[in-house]
Design a protein around this ligand. Structure first.
Ligand code: FES
Length: 160
């Protein structure tokens, strides 16, 4: 069935109203920062020829991959992919942002709590998404440390 004379406008209004409802539901569930990160995940994607990489699976069964570029003991670029939820997209993107420009030692000291703080929190049922993102970053850093990078943090420093 084809829409009548004003059918197109009705569909536009309906679409607009549905979008507003979706936006309101998202805003009542996620912080503004989480929504901004998953709507525009500028660090999403795989890196060609990364210096360090890791992939982890969370307790929910979703996976995250983190690729890093490292120069002179500093993380100069980070990219991630995930097949997980919107919160995991926000967590991966913010983790990449937090890692870029930090030393390997400081990147190893980032925690899920610091990520949650930067994101303005997450609902309890999505806190594990932050843990997955940080676990993946730390696994990539450990891989880099395994390549005998003298500036990489020791296991003791990573636990500190
Ligand atoms: Fe699986 Fe968020 S990463 S629910």
């Amino acid at each position: 069935m084809r829409p009548g004379k004003d059918g197109g406008k009705d569909i536009d209004r309906l679409t607009e109203n549905l979008q507003k409802m979706v936006d309101l539901e998202e805003e009542s569930y996620y912080s503004k920062q989480v929504i901004a990160e998953y709507r525009d995940p500028v660090h999403f994607g795989k890196m060609e020829d990364p210096d360090a990489t890791a992939e982890k699976t969370g307790p929910c069964g979703d996976t995250m991959r983190m690729d890093l570029k490292v120069e002179d003991g500093m993380v100069t670029d980070a990219r991630f992919t995930t097949d997980g939820c919107g919160a995991s997209m926000a967590c991966g993107n913010m983790t990449a942002k937090m890692a870029i420009g930090t030393s390997l030692r400081d990147a190893a000291r980032l925690t899920p709590e610091s990520l949650l703080e930067r994101l303005g929190g997450l609902p309890d049922e999505h806190r594990h998404c932050a843990v997955l993102a940080m676990d993946t970053l730390h696994a990539a850093l450990k891989g880099k440390a395994g390549k005998n990078d003298a500036s990489a943090p020791s296991k003791k420093e990573q636990r500190a």
